[in-house]
Design a protein around this ligand. Structure first.
Ligand SMILES: [Zn+2]
Length: 335
């Protein structure tokens, strides 16, 4: 039964604007500019990044960024240009952020973030070829430098301390090649037999593998059994690519919860062919919107509802600026 549904993330649109239209709060330039003799005409134009060596703040917020496709020459709701993605990486880096995964956040493992710096989580949804595409060069597979992964690897070469950490929330039965980064040459030349190799490569590199259902089901619209089948079978797909891999995170398609909410993180499905029961047990559930996430040290941190910041327009930069001006960002202490 090959039920394929188009990826329509538009439902999330209504929720997107909520709480995102924050002013850029570009430092206190307004006040000092008025007192001084107009010494900086660019004040208010670009926010100045504070020195990364900030005081530790383990109760601060952690930005969890959400990406879909990296394509085109104009940003849209669910696509971001390669140039904008690179600019996001630069922005995070220069502000003293270093990447971790959701799994590391759950474990309060900030060992990849030097003291005085801050963690950021890059999450990539929907497993499109634009995130991870191979090109064949003389019979050898190379990662396309124009994809999210290609750009990431290139960025890391010139930015010390930028590790392969982040979270890929994947489908393995989505339409239009949204199946472990491409299942048909019709979609950006990607071959079905490359899928598991890509997923395994990500895990081997230190990226986290995350469930996003089989074909992007609107979980609120289906009975409990269908919800569990979607989630469990996608986890089985990940297990086929990386045997024994413990999936700890799920991202809700469209940010929609199943009617029976706990089924988002815990449930099971019995394969009628084999009679075998497959269980899933996730620790983290990712929402679609909501701003910077609470620290895992915060008493109100709820791993079953981790908000994210969508890569839309200038929202990421605005949120990073706000975290600095409000001094609410998580800062790693001395180790
Ligand atoms: Zn999605």
């Amino acid at each position: 039964m090959d039920r394929r549904y188009p990826i329509l993330c538009l439902v999330a649109l209504a929720a997107c604007s909520k709480g995102e239209a924050t002013p850029s709060n570009t430092t206190a330039a307004g006040a000092s500019g008025a007192a001084g003799a107009a010494r900086d005409s660019s004040a208010g134009n670009v926010a100045v990044a504070p020195a990364p060596a900030a005081a530790p703040n383990q109760a601060g917020r952690i930005p969890v960024l959400e990406y879909h496709q990296i394509v085109g020459d104009k940003n849209t709701l669910y696509t971001r240009t390669a140039a904008s993605f690179k600019a996001d990486l630069e922005e995070a880096y220069k502000r003293g952020y270093r990447p971790i995964s959701i799994a590391q956040m759950l474990d309060k493992n900030f060992s990849d973030v030097p003291a005085g710096m801050s963690p950021v989580v890059f999450v990539f949804d929907d497993a499109s070829p634009s995130q991870f595409r191979y090109v064949e060069q003389n019979g050898k597979l190379e990662i396309d430098p124009a994809t999210a992964i290609g750009i990431w690897l290139d960025f890391a070469k010139s930015h010390p301390g930028w590790k392969n950490r982040g979270t890929f929330c994947m489908l393995n039965g989505g339409a239009a090649g949204h199946n472990f980064f491409g299942d048909n040459p019709k979609y950006e030349g990607q071959k079905k037999e490359w899928r598991f190799q890509k997923v395994k490569w990500l895990a081997d590199q230190g990226f986290e593998l995350c469930d996003h259902t089989l074909w992007h089901m609107m979980l609120n619209k289906y009975p409990d059994a269908a919800v569990q089948e979607q989630i469990a079978r996608n986890q089985m797909g990940i297990d086929s690519a990386v045997p024994g891999y413990k999936v700890r995170t799920i991202a809700l398609p469209y940010g929609l919860w199943p009617k029976n909410r706990p089924l988002a993180w815990h449930g099971s499905w019995t394969d009628p062919k084999t009679g075998q029961t497959h269980t899933y047990n996730f620790e983290a559930v990712l929402e679609v919107t909501g701003g910077p996430a609470r620290s895992p040290y915060d008493k109100e941190f709820d791993a079953h509802s981790i908000p994210r910041i969508e890569a839309i327009g200038d929202d990421i930069r605005k949120q990073l600026i706000k975290l600095d001006t409000t001094k609410t960002r998580f800062v790693v202490g001395a180790k």
